[in-house]
Structures are given as structure tokens and as C-alpha cells.
Write a protein that binds this ligand. Structure first.
Ligand code: 2BA
Length: 103
């Protein structure tokens, strides 16, 4: 069994979560904040059999969108420099699950 942890844009999460449910996956949603932009994003935890991970990846590939956002970088000078930062689509980590219990 694998655990997919995926970080995605809040808007894409609104599309992706129902798609995952339609395909029969279980998912837990966490409201998270990116360390760099300090902006809200969504983290999903999806535990599934190894053979289903490709299907999960396909859903993320299809429905997540990369975006460019402006980050204001604090400078030593008084002025703040806006900087274009490319975010996502989805950032995914796939881990092995050693045990899985449900009581
Ligand atoms: P943030 O940390 O807010 O990062 C937003 C975007 O800013 C990143 O997009 C990346 O393009 C850029 N960025 C991040 N850290 C940077 C740095 N130290 N210097 C310059 N640019 C930086 P993504 O890579 O698509 O990441 C989107 C979100 O996914 C991140 O939001 C973070 O919440 C999460 N994430 C990405 N990589 C991660 C990792 N290795 N571990 C844990 N979370 C990660």
C-alpha cells in the first residue's frame, strides 16, 4: 500500500477531490500554508494500493494547473520588489505504508 501526499492549489482541489471520490478513492484534506509564499493551499492524503497510484497521478495531471503568482520580496532598501513565482500544479510525494489499521 502507498500513501500519496499531494499539495495543490485550493481551486484545483475543488475539482480534484470530487474526481477522486468518483473513482472510489478515499482522501483526507488538510488546509495548509506554503512556507515560501505563505499562501493557503490544500494537502491531500490518499492511501491506496500500489497499482492505483498511476490512476491518482493521472487525475492530478489532468486537473491541476500551474500558476504564476507575485511574491513581494522584502529588500534591505525601503522598496519591495515584486517577484513572479511559478506554483505547481500539484506537488506529490508517494510513500510506502508499512501497516494499515482500522478499528
Ligand atoms: P510554497 O512553499 O508557498 O512555494 C510556492 C512556490 O514558490 C513553489 O512552487 C516554488 O516554485 C517556489 N519556491 C518554494 N520555495 C522556494 C524557495 N526557497 N526559493 C525560491 N522559490 C521557492 P511549488 O514547488 O509548485 O510548490 C507548491 C507548494 O507545494 C509549496 O508552497 C509548498 O507548500 C509545497 N511544497 C513544494 N515542495 C515541497 C517539498 N519539497 N516539501 C514540502 N512541501 C513542498
Amino acid at each position: 500500500m502507498k500513501l500519496v501526499i499531494a499539495i495543490l492549489n485550493n481551486d484545483d482541489a475543488k475539482t480534484i477531490i470530487p474526481k477522486l471520490m468518483e473513482e472510489g478513492f478515499s482522501a483526507t484534506t488538510l488546509n495548509t500554508t506554503g512556507g515560501f509564499l505563505r499562501a493557503g493551499n490544500t494537502t491531500l492524503m490518499i492511501a491506496t494500493e500500489e497499482e492505483n497510484v498511476e490512476k491518482v497521478r493521472d487525475i492530478f495531471k489532468k486537473y491541476s494547473n500551474a500558476r504564476s503568482v507575485e511574491k513581494t520580496i522584502a529588500d534591505d532598501d525601503v522598496a519591495q520588489k515584486p517577484e513572479e513565482v511559478k506554483v505547481g500544479g500539484a506537488v506529490m510525494f508517494v510513500m510506502d505504508v508499512k501497516d494499515n489499521f482500522k478499528y
